[in-house]
Design a protein around this ligand. Structure first.
Ligand SMILES: N=c1c2ncn([C@@H]3O[C@H](COP(=O)(O)OP(=O)(O)OP(=O)(O)O)[C@@H](O)[C@H]3O)c2ncn1[C@@H]1O[C@H](COP(=O)(O)O)[C@@H](O)[C@H]1O
Length: 105
């Protein structure tokens, strides 16, 4: 089993468990708004690390982003498989075509 799938299972198993005993349980308890804020904060920290931090700092921040994204997906009852299926759907598509299909700038 790969790392993200194991993490997904751990995060799901923390739902409804004691927030005093687990950081993930705390996040489930605090809810989606806190999960979303944490992901936003970690994304900004990763961007700052990319611009002015060390390689090691960026690796750490990138791990935080993936962790908090996985928590938020769990909070919204979206499985990793659904996100991977979306990436699979885009495979072989030009990034520019995908952008045009979304009507993005
Ligand atoms: N990968 C992680 C992971 N990455 C980061 N973090 C925690 O995320 C927090 C982020 O740090 P911050 O300074 O932003 O958070 P904070 O300011 O302390 O807290 P808040 O802002 O959320 O109040 C830290 O407490 C880190 O320990 C993680 N906590 C848990 N995991 C995984 O989740 C599993 C379950 O963890 P528990 O639920 O704690 O057992 C662990 O075994 C790991 O595999």
């Amino acid at each position: 089993m790969d790392t993200l799938t194991r993490l997904e299972q751990t995060i799901a198993a923390r739902k409804g468990t004691d927030p005093a005993a687990s950081y993930v349980a705390q996040l489930h308890h605090r809810g989606v708004p806190v999960m979303a804020r944490k992901l936003g904060e970690e994304a900004v920290e990763a961007a700052v690390a990319a611009l002015s931090g060390s390689r090691e700092e960026l690796v750490g921040e990138a791990a935080d982003v993936l962790f908090h994204l996985m928590v938020l997906l769990s909070g919204k009852d979206i499985g990793l498989a659904e996100v991977l299926a979306e990436l699979d759907r885009r495979e072989g598509m030009s990034g520019l075509d995908e952008k045009a299909a979304r009507g993005a700038d």
